[in-house]
Structures are given as C-alpha cells and as structure tokens.
Design a protein around this ligand. Structure first.
Ligand code: ADP
Ligand code: MG
Length: 484
C-alpha cells in the first residue's frame, strides 16, 4: 500500500516589540528571572491590559506580506486553563476573530520548484512564563519574564505532503518575518516554534486520516525528524490493524521519537470568551494602506528578481534570498565586484563553507561583504588567480589584512602574466627535470596531456602560486612539444 503524508503547521512567531503585548514590561531576552514581569503580566487583581500598537502593526504587516485578508475588526478572547506559569488563569488570544485572515505562502523546494501553501489565519496572543526544572531539586522554578510576550500564531491549511515541504514552509515564514523585521527569528532562543499536525492516508483517498499534533518543535531539522518518526509510527500502527488516535505528542530530540502527552478524551475545554478588559481592534483602511506602502521587498520578490534580472539559477536565487542578511550580503558582494554569478559562487562556496565549518551565521562572518566583493573583483580583473584568491580569502578571514589588496601585496600574490617571466620559470623547471622530460618525449602523444600536470605543478610552485595557470599550460605545451 502506498501512503501519503498530510501536514499542517501552527507556527508561533515572537514579535520583536520592545515591550509586551499588554504591558510596558521589557521583552529583552536573557534577563534575571522575574525582573521583567509587571502587575499585568502577573495577573494581579484589577490590573488592566493595554494593547501594544507595535504588535498590531507587525501582525498586519505579516498579513499583507502573505496577501491575506485583513478583517476590519478582530477580537481578543480568553483561553482559560490553569498552569503554574500562567498566573492569570487564562491566556489572552484571538479565537473567533483573528487579526489576519486567509493568505498564501510560496515555498521553494530543493529541485528549484515552488508550491503555494494556504494560510488559514494568523492571530495575536501572549506567551506564558517558563517552568524551570533543572536548578531546583524536587521543585519547579517559575520565570515570568516571558509572560505577556507577543506572539503571532500562523495556522496553515493541511497542504504540505512531506517533511521537506514542512521545513521549506517554516523557512519561508522565517524569511518573511526577518525581512519584515517583525521578529529576530532566533529559533534557538525560542523566537519561532511550531506545532506540527501529521496524518497519513492511502494514496488516492480523498478524506484525511486522523492527525497527531506534535508540540513545540523548535528547529528546521527537528521538524523534519519529528515528521519522519511520526509518519512511520502511524503507518506501522495502521498496517498492524490499529487506529491512529487524535492526540498531542511531544518530540524528544535525544531519542529521536515522539511520545503521547494527552489524548482527545482528556483534551481541555478552554471556555473561550471575549476578554472584557480589551476593546475590539478596529483597523481603518488608511492605516492598513500606510503599512502596505511601507513593506520592503519580500523574499519571493527578491528570489524572482535574482532569477530574472541577474540570471541566477532557481537554486542559487532561493539560497541567496533565504534570509535578509544573506540577501544583503550577496547584494553588496555583487555590486562591489560587478558579476552576479561570481558573487553567488563565492558566497555559496568559499564563504558558506567557512561559515559552516565554524558554525557561524552570515552576520557573524569575519569577512565583510565589501571585503569579499573586492576580492572577487581582483579575480575578475586577473590581478590574482583562483588559487591565490583562496589564500587571500583565508587572510581576510584570519584578519591578516583589512582589504584584499593589502593581503595580495603583503603576500606577493599578484598574478604573473608577463610571458617573459613565466618562460624563464618554465626553462628552469625543464632544465631541472631531465628524467620527466625524457619520459614526456618517449610517451605516446595522447598520453602527454596528462604528463604535463607535473610541469605545471612545478612552475606554479616556483611562482608561489602566482603564475597565470592558462599561460603556464599554453607555454609549457609549446616548449615541451618543441623538444619532442
Ligand atoms: P483545531 O481546531 O483542533 O485546532 P484545526 O482544524 O484548527 O484544529 O487544525 C489545526 C492544524 O492542524 C492546522 O494547521 C491544520 O492544517 C492541521 N490539520 C487539520 N487536520 C489535519 C489532518 N488530518 N492532518 C494533518 N494536519 C491537519
Ligand atoms: Mg488550533
């Protein structure tokens, strides 16, 4: 039997407001526990929430970026439940009238193709506090700094059909929110987390299977791994004659598995009702239009522009537009060296490799975009060859000089293109290699092409890597063939 996977995601994005969604307390990450929670966040009797306009603006910007309907009126509801990290006894959320209606997100897949995933809606809500289990033996600590932090929850339709598509969707949201600057997108710090809904059905069947919801997955890689495990679990269960039950599960990255948390029967009844402390949010058209006119170029637009205007492949355009930092870096390299294709190669090759090795993000690159652009320009104008360029890159990476030119000069890497200078090095190498020259002469003509490599290597070495390789090849062949 062939199975099809069906996935829907609920993504929580922490909005980059300076203060909380209903209070003036700071949202800065990493403060001492409970130093950033005020009476409103603690749910003190009589304390009244005031909606943070910045959170509204950010939610609307997101809605506009995904071409969503923006309803005129949205309403905050109370989602009632008890938990130690929720002193108010309810979470303020939007159940029935969310701030962002139906929209669409374009995702790009590894083969360069794209697919549209429908967004059902996105709503504003507040985050809860955090329970800390590690530092307190036999007890639990509660840190309420996070309580009241604004979240935008983006709920997709069940449109994804593989773990890869789900990861691509999450990456697309990451790109959109970081381009808009409405979230720092820092997954390690929990600025983006998602609940993954997964079901399977026999290929060709119209109805969906019963889904399991995997809570709080916080990295692109974990999303893929959690789905892979869950799909296999469900298929095995059904093939063994069992039934998938609708339940909430937890992904354990250590064991690489999902475990049941609670089933539908024990599901909470949250008794949603409109929060009497908050007025309905009414957006007038001028406000929405103003936000629309201020939208920056978005990832999908940038990707299309990289392909159409710069002639980059779908793959290159996808990678280079994947985050705002990456796109800005690439733009500077390209403008400085004047060649988009070469800029793309360097950013995705030498630079990406070095960043990966040291586990750095592009914002942390020791080589600035300007420096890399100047280096690529020196390759393009033949000041240095490809081999020397790698040395210059290393030099910039290690901080051995401020500019490519400075390192080229200090290390004497300027390419030798003077035919006379190259010829005298070749003559020397030939004079020093009588055995190899004899072998070359005695070899069948069609084998000689391979044997020339030795001489090229010697000449490049003699020039400390600075001779122009094409000229060396050409001149060597002429000189050696003249000896045969
Ligand atoms: P609830 O009302 O229980 O929250 P929703 O209908 O709002 O459920 O769906 C929540 C999420 O689950 C959405 O992202 C949706 O796309 C996804 N989803 C719904 N049904 C399925 C299914 N059968 N398989 C996979 N995902 C699903
Ligand atoms: Mg839901």
């Amino acid at each position: 039997m062939e199975w099809e996977t069906v996935i829907g995601l609920e993504v929580h994005v922490q909005l980059a407001t300076r203060s909380k969604i209903f209070s003036g307390a700071s949202t800065a990450f990493g403060a001492e526990p409970n130093t950033q929670a005020c009476a409103v966040d603690l749910g003190m009797p009589g304390a009244l929430p005031v909606l943070n306009e910045a959170a509204v603006a950010m939610a609307v910007q997101f809605g506009l970026a995904i071409d969503a309907e923006i309803p005129e009126v949205s309403i905050f509801d109370r989602k009632n439940y008890f938990y130690p990290d929720l002193p108010k006894g309810y979470q303020t959320s939007q159940m029935y009238h969310p701030i962002v209606g139906r929209g669409e997100i374009e995702i790009s897949l590894d083969d360069g193709s794209t697919k549209r995933v429908r967004v059902h809606h996105a709503h504003l809500e507040e985050d809860a506090g955090k329970s800390l289990h590690e530092d307190f033996q036999g007890m639990t600590g509660i840190d309420l700094n996070r309580a009241g932090t604004p979240l935008l929850e983006i709920v997709s339709e069940p449109d994804m059909r593989s773990a890869k598509e789900a990861a691509a969707y999450l990456k697309a949201i990451h790109a959109i929110v970081t381009y808009l600057g409405i979230s720092d997108g820092n997954m390690a710090e929990g600025s983006m987390r998602c609940d993954v809904n997964v079901s399977v059905r026999p290929k060709g069947q119209a109805e969906f299977g019963t889904r399991a919801e995997i809570k709080n997955v916080n990295s692109f890689r974990f999303v893929e791994r959690a789905i892979a495990f869950e799909v296999e679990r469900q298929i095995e269960l059904i093939e063994d004659g069992g039934k998938v039950v609708q339940e909430t599960r937890l992904f354990d990255p250590e064991l690489d598995e999902t475990r049941s948390m609670r089933t539908k029967e024990e599901a909470n009844d949250y008794r949603y009702f409109p929060c009497p402390d908050l007025l309905p949010v009414v957006l007038d058209q001028a406000y929405v239009d103003h936000l629309r006119s201020a939208l920056p170029e978005l990832p999908s637009e940038k990707r299309a522009r990289f392909q159409d205007e710069l002639g980059l492949s779908a793959y290159d355009a996808g990678v280079l537009s994947s985050s705002r930092e990456m796109a800005e870096y690439f733009d500077i390299v390209k403008d400085t060296c004047g060649d988009a294709k070469q800029a793309a190669n360097w950013v995705q090759g030498e630079l990406a490799g070095a960043l990966n090795r040291e586990n750095l993000d592009i914002e942390q690159s020791p080589v600035s975009a300007q420096q890399l652009g100047e280096l690529v320009a020196r390759v393009l104008d033949d000041t240095i060859n490809g081999k020397a360029a790698k040395q210059v890159f290393q030099g910039l990476w290690n901080g051995e000089g401020k500019t490519a030119d400075e390192i080229i000069k200090a290390k004497g890497l300027k390419q030798v293109t003077d035919t006379g200078a190259i010829e005298s090095m070749i003559d020397q190498v030939i004079a020093d290699s009588p055995v190899q020259v004899a072998q070359y002469r005695d070899a069948e003509p069609d084998k000689r092409g391979k044997m020339i490599g030795y001489f090229v290597g010697q000449v490049m070495k003699a020039s400390r890597g600075t001779a122009n390789p094409q000229q060396v090849n050409q001149l060597l062949k002429e000189k050696l063939d003249a000896l045969c």
